[in-house]
Design a protein around this ligand. Structure first.
Ligand code: PEP
Ligand code: MG
Length: 598
């Protein structure tokens, strides 16, 4: 996908404050860099008669170039996902080869003596008009393809340089309408001091990745992109969820102080690093970190993680341009397991789909990607790819500190199918006498309401549960976790969500299965006492959140946490629950923190 910075002029600078969703904590101060992925303006230009042939050649060259680009992407997708899915690029290539369109464009260049991009756009616009009035759904769907391919062709005709996020190399604050996890994974922390987007929710994968990479971020600002000019001074406060445009000297000084204060506070909390996460009456909670890439492990340990509770392995795929080979995966898993040894790492099998496809290939077209071909569903459909991953995981497990976890399990049969494939791989390894952990623990993410409601049956088929509240909230409340327009409805403290969490913990324990929680709720200081009181055995969260959660766990007794959980589970609205939790937090930790939480 191509990116470019806008060429807007600097207007008179007026300081404004914009409030969005706090996605990744920390303060960044720097110059704005706008990413513009919108359609470019195509201007009408006249050409002379002897320029007509040159213009037609220019068109043919751009058509050729665009076809080559698309064929390359198609090849990549065929290799990385599967040849069937690569077929989504066929209609786009066919549009470029369509003689009806191309002849019409050439004829019109000759007749009207206009520039190629202007004529192509005109011809396409009238084609779209005809298709939009068609009753045929298939033809209507082609409009999306036509638009995608037309903007790619026009970029090539105009010779607009394709810029990737990797190539940003001077420190900036990135402002975009929207970003994908594939974009964020390519950011360099030294160059992208922070980022702000119009779109997105607090538990979107873009936000989670920013936290792991320790890049301050504010999302869901709705219209920040249109309010900022390139090179304007920006303060981005990812802790409060605010962006200040063109702050005055005094505000800049104030925020520089705040930036240092946040860093100091973080350093103070890290003194807890070596202490266990246990309550005053010695109930031990396993406090682990979520990571996206192997290199996040050092920082997780630095923040005092007692292991890795969730390795989102799909980022190995998102970070590079090909599906990682078995050897690359083995090295990655083994590397993390060695670093945390004797503590353990939970390797979650690929959870691709939803909002996680990379920026190079674009998304597979689905009406409801979060309800679509995602995670275990895709893996069970692609057993060869899945088995490579399982083999790499098993091979890395011989020191017995690896656990395997399946995402998006919705029912017991699905889990049995995944386990059967794991068994096949184990058998192959046994035959080859390749060592692996014969007693490797296998668990599932409980992140779909149907799984929470079937927890008794699922527990009989696995060794542990890890509750994925990020998805559990969106699926329980029917609220897209990445949509800023409905972010106010995305409520982790909804009584229905809390009931499902409690039910899962109880069902796990009834069946001798330990229960963790690895959604962002695990790192929310307001939720800590409640989750401990509900009986959770493990909490796994963004590394940065660990010290504060540990501090809270170490200052309460299990008994008082249980009492609070009981009170909360008897309340019936989000408002009542939040008020109760905020009041309880303020009572324990003082007014300062209360105002921060509100
Ligand atoms: C979750 O859904 O809570 C979770 C931890 O998984 P992810 O955020 O990767 O979907
Ligand atoms: Mg999830």
């Amino acid at each position: 996908m191509s990116l470019r910075s806008t060429g807007k002029n600097r207007n008179k600078e007026v300081c404004t404050i914009h409030r969005g969703i706090a996605a990744s904590p920390g303060v960044a101060i720097g110059k704005a860099f706008l990413l513009n992925r919108e359609a470019v303006e195509v201007k009408e230009e006249k050409i002379s008669e002897n320029e007509v042939q040159r213009e037609i050649l220019r068109l043919k060259k751009a058509l050729d170039e665009t076809k080559k680009e698309l064929s390359k992407i198609k090849e990549k997708v065929a290799k990385r996902i599967d040849p069937d899915h690569a077929k989504i690029f066929d209609p786009q290539i066919m549009i470029l080869e369509d003689d009806f369109i191309n002849d019409a464009v050439i004829e019109r260049i000759k007749q009207s003596r206009n520039n190629a991009e202007f004529v192509y756009k005109k011809v396409i616009d009238s084609t779209i008009q005809i298709l939009s009035s068609s009753q045929d759904e298939y033809l209507k769907e082609r409009i999306l393809d036509i638009n995608t391919v037309t903007s790619r062709l026009i970029y090539n005709l105009l010779g607009i340089k394709h810029l990737t996020l990797e190539s940003i190399d001077s420190p900036v604050i990135l402002i975009a309408r929207t970003l994908s996890p594939g974009d964020v994974v390519h950011m360099k922390k030294e160059s992208v001091l922070g980022f702000a987007t119009d779109a997105g929710g607090g538990t979107s994968h873009v936000a989670l990745l920013a936290k792991s990479m320790e890049i301050p971020a504010v999302v869901g600002l709705k219209n920040i992109f249109d309010q900022v000019q390139n090179d304007q001074s920006i303060i981005l406060d990812g802790t409060r969820g605010e962006v200040l445009i063109c702050p005055d000297e005094e505000t800049l000084k104030e925020f520089e102080k705040r930036r240092k204060y946040i860093l100091k506070k973080t350093a103070e909390l890290s003194e807890l690093k070596l202490l266990p996460a246990e309550t005053l009456d010695k109930r031990k909670i396993e406090l682990s970190a979520n990571i996206e890439l192997p290199q996040d492990t050092d920082s997780a340990l630095e923040y005092g993680a007692e292991g890795i509770g969730l390795f989102r392995t799909e980022y190995l795929y998102l970070a590079q341009s090909d599906l990682p080979t078995e050897e690359e995966q083995y090295q990655a898993y083994q590397g993390v397991a060695d670093k945390v040894y004797p503590k353990s790492v939970i390797l979650r099998t690929f959870d691709l789909g939803g909002d996680k496809f990379d920026a190079h290939t674009g998304t597979l077209y689905e009406m409801n990607p979060f309800l679509g071909w995602r995670a275990i569903r895709a893996c069970l459909d692609l057993p060869e790819i899945f088995k490579i991953q399982l083999r790499a995981m098993l091979k890395a497990s011989s020191k017995e500190n690896i656990k395997i976890m399946f995402p998006m399990i919705s029912e017991t049969e699905e889990l049995k199918k995944a386990k059967a494939l794991l068994e096949e791989v184990k058998e192959e390894l046994r035959k080859k006498k390749t060592p692996f952990d014969e007693n490797i623990e296998v668990g599932i993410m409980v992140e779909i309401p149907s799984a929470a409601l079937s927890a008794d049956s699922l527990a009989k088929e696995c060794d542990f549960f890890s509750i994925g509240t990020n998805d559990l909230i969106q699926y329980t409340l029917a609220v897209d976790r990445g949509n800023e327009r409905i972010a106010h409805l995305y409520q982790g403290f909804h009584p229905a969500v809390l009931k499902l969490v409690k039910q899962t913990i109880d069902a796990g324990h009834r069946n001798g299965v330990w229960v963790g929680l690895c959604g962002e709720m695990a790192g929310d200081p307001l939720a800590t006492v409640l989750l401990v009181g509900m009986g959770v055995d493990e909490l796994s969260t963004s590394a940065m959140a660990i010290p504060e959660v540990k501090k809270i766990i170490r200052s309460i007794t299990f008994e008082e946490a249980q009492e609070l959980a009981q009170q909360i589970l008897n309340l019936s609205t989000v408002d009542e629950i939040k008020k109760h939790l905020i009041a309880d937090y303020a009572k324990r930790f003082g007014k300062d923190n209360k105002s921060k939480l509100e």
